[in-house]
Design a protein. Structure first.
Lengths: 394, 258
């Protein structure tokens, strides 16, 4: 297991670099989150909703044709089968229950691709709580179906028009809203980013992924542990959920795949671990893609959910301490891996997820080894991108 | 003696004006400083622009973006301020987010500030424990002051902590909001100002956020050593055709000298 210290640091990464105006909100959360999520009544309600509403446990599926092709044993952890189509809802269920216990009447969230926005709008509808989702103006235009879903679920969408008008700016605007509404509002962050206690809290809500992996693998194969766990990394929430219970087991190799975009040295990339330097973004110290002067650079990825210039501090820590390894995957490698999975397993993965699948041809796993890929989401939202990419070839 | 300490020991009704370095034009920084001093501003706060200013509303966000597009960086700002103390004798503090300062190198940054005659910094997203452990000795070495913020939501325990750590003045944010949200001082805020006054803090205070004209400046001065104007001044810069004339008039109007 991986723990933050009292001030929210994993090694030198993390912390709470926030203006004083946010301090009371963060202090309230920090002072209460562990107590609340450890209460038996909270755990009971959380587990029940994960089971009956989200559809957990999600299956651990043996991908036989891909296993044969790559001459090894490949399992998918089917987070794509969660309600709303991605792992994101594990976190939003946890946070909405927490917000209720804190007596909050209004929820705000940021979203890039719209998956976290949809997962937040969904749990707000479930609980009858007002929901406001910040989304960059550019993302609103390129993620229309998810915008429509959020609206249908009753959420208000506010376009972020500042800066580069994408995910990082939506996050800025959500934080500004929280400063302006410190008493009745809870901010549901969508990944293991932001000031302490968010990275730790969000990681805990997703840790169910690796807890289930362990039991299911044992049931299916008799093995205690896989040899590899692969996951795509944007902010890093699905990856930390998949790594959580394996972090201190040295024989399990943990591999995160980040968005290389057009290539790490192309200037059009979101490969934060490959390119980022230490810095502060959205309240935590981590690695950040930035100019020499410390201005945050707008990243690029074909996948809106990985299009973020920072990364959760826990991954900066795992990377620097070599407890996990991270590699960039280009747009093109991811798109072909998504197509291959569709054709060989009958599963259309989210383009985010396809980044993890794209590591299969590169990893040279042995025939006796076992790899679990965290299939973080389904690709329905990405149909347009797939179709435009492959044109007649598909 | 640090110029801030001197100012606060000698004057009341202190007017501190914020503006963004390199805005509206890259080369305006020194020029605006000189006009402000001539017009009667008691001190100035120069904003170092940042791509992601989370505590700021649209007016200051836009000035930050424009300044960055103009090519402003910390290094450029330091070049522009090379002759600061040949021309300017009022206190000058630098305000900005912590990331660009970390990239420049905190010690190198503070050393440069001291060389140029800067008196202090306001770094809203620098947490107190990190300041105390990593940076306080460097501030002391260079005789620089770091200013902390309090808001109506800040607990009494924390206010005492801020009072212990603050040098120069405490930045008293008038309401729970980002900058430029509303321009007013309401009854609720007065209760907060009075509550803070009753604490008998050792550090003097300037009230900021919501101060835009003589009326709000005067009200703030009744409860603190002075006040800070930011967004209203940036709006003036954005619309001005004649900086010299408009700034002089603005400062006089705020101070009630017209
Ligand atoms: C399916 C899917 N996977 C992964 C991500 C990336 O987020 P994280 O790195 O927090 O798992 C997203 C984000 O939108 C997503 O929708």
């Amino acid at each position: 297991m991986i723990q933050v210290n009292e001030r929210g640091f994993y090694g030198k990464f993390g912390g709470a670099y926030i203006p004083e105006m946010l301090h009371p909100n963060i202090e309230e959360l920090k002072g209460n989150y562990l107590r609340i999520i450890n209460e038996p009544s909270f755990q009971k309600e959380f587990d029940q909703l994960l089971k009956d509403y989200v559809g957990r446990p999600t299956p651990l599926y043996f991908a036989s044709r891909l296993s044969e092709k790559y001459q090894t044993n490949i399992y998918f952890k089917r987070e794509d089968l969660c309600h709303t189509g991605a792992h994101k809802i594990n976190n939003t269920i946890g946070q909405i229950l927490l917000a209720k216990k804190l007596g909050k009447k209004r929820i705000i969230a940021e979203t890039g691709a719209g998956q976290h926005g949809v997962a937040t709008a969904t749990v707000c509808a479930l609980m009858g709580i007002e929901c406001v989702v910040y989304m960059g103006k550019i993302d609103v235009a390129r993620q229309k179906p998810n915008v429509e879903r959020m609206k249908l679920l009753g959420a208000t969408i506010v376009e972020a028009v500042s800066g580069s008008q994408t995910l990082k700016d939506a996050t800025n605007d959500a934080m500004r809203d929280w400063i302006n509404n410190p008493e009745d509002t809870h901010y549901i962050i969508g990944s293991v980013v932001g000031p302490h206690p968010y990275p730790d809290m969000v990681a805990r809500f997703h840790s169910v992924i690796s807890a289930e992996m362990k039991t299911q693998l044992k049931e299916k194969t008799g093995k205690e542990n896989p040899d590899y766990v692969l996951a795509c990394v944007g902010g890093g929430s699905n990856a930390i959920g998949a790594f959580y219970h394996f972090v201190d087991i040295p024989e399990v190799k943990l591999i995160g795949l980040e968005a290389g975009g057009l290539g790490v040295s192309s200037g059009k990339t979101a490969a934060t671990l490959a390119l980022g330097r230490e810095g502060v973004l959205h309240g935590s110290r981590s690695l950040v893609i930035q100019t020499e002067d410390g201005q945050v650079i707008e990243p690029h990825s074909v996948s809106a959910g990985l299009d973020y210039p920072g990364i959760g501090p826990v991954h900066a820590y795992l990377y620097k301490s070599t407890k996990a390894a991270y590699y960039p995957i280009t747009d093109s490698e991811a798109m072909y891996a998504g197509l291959e999975c569709s054709r060989m397993e009958g599963i259309i993965p989210a383009i985010e997820t396809a980044h993890a699948l794209a590591y299969l041809p590169k990893m040279n796993a042995k025939p006796e080894e076992t790899t679990i890929i965290n299939l973080s989401g389904r690709g329905d939202k990405d149909l347009k991108t797939y179709i435009e990419w492959f044109g007649d070839k598909s | 003696m640090n110029r801030l300490d001197k100012l606060f020991s000698e004057k009341e009704n202190i007017l501190n004006i914020y503006f963004t370095a390199g805005y509206p034009k890259l080369e305006d920084t020194m020029h605006i400083l000189e006009i402000l001093q001539a017009a009667g501003a008691d001190m100035v706060e120069i904003g170092m622009p940042y791509s992601d200013p989370v505590a700021d509303g649209p007016t200051i966000q836009e000035s930050n973006q424009k300044a960055l597009d103009n090519g402003m960086t910390i290094s450029v700002l330091f070049e522009q301020l090379a002759k600061l103390r040949e021309k300017i004798n009022i206190p000058v503090v630098l305000m900005g987010y912590i990331n660009p300062v970390f990239q420049y190198g905190a010690e190198r940054f503070l050393q440069k500030c001291a060389d140029l005659g800067i008196d202090g910094t306001i770094l809203p997203d620098l947490p107190a424990p990190e300041f105390e452990e990593e940076l306080k000795p460097i501030y002391e070495k260079y005789h620089l002051h770091n200013v902390f913020l309090i808001t109506p939501q800040t607990s009494e325990k924390r206010i005492k902590e801020v009072d212990r750590l603050s040098k120069g003045f405490i930045y008293m944010v008038s309401s729970n909001s980002i900058t430029g949200a509303k321009s007013d001082i309401a009854q609720k805020q007065i209760a907060y100002f009075e509550r803070i006054n009753a604490l008998q803090l050792k550090t003097p205070r300037l009230i900021g956020f919501g101060i835009s004209n003589h009326e709000t400046f005067k009200r703030a001065c009744a409860y603190a050593e002075g006040a800070i104007i930011g967004s209203a001044f940036i709006k003036l810069l954005a619309n001005s055709q004649d900086l010299e004339k408009d700034i002089a008039q603005f400062v006089k109007q705020v101070k009630g000298q017209v």
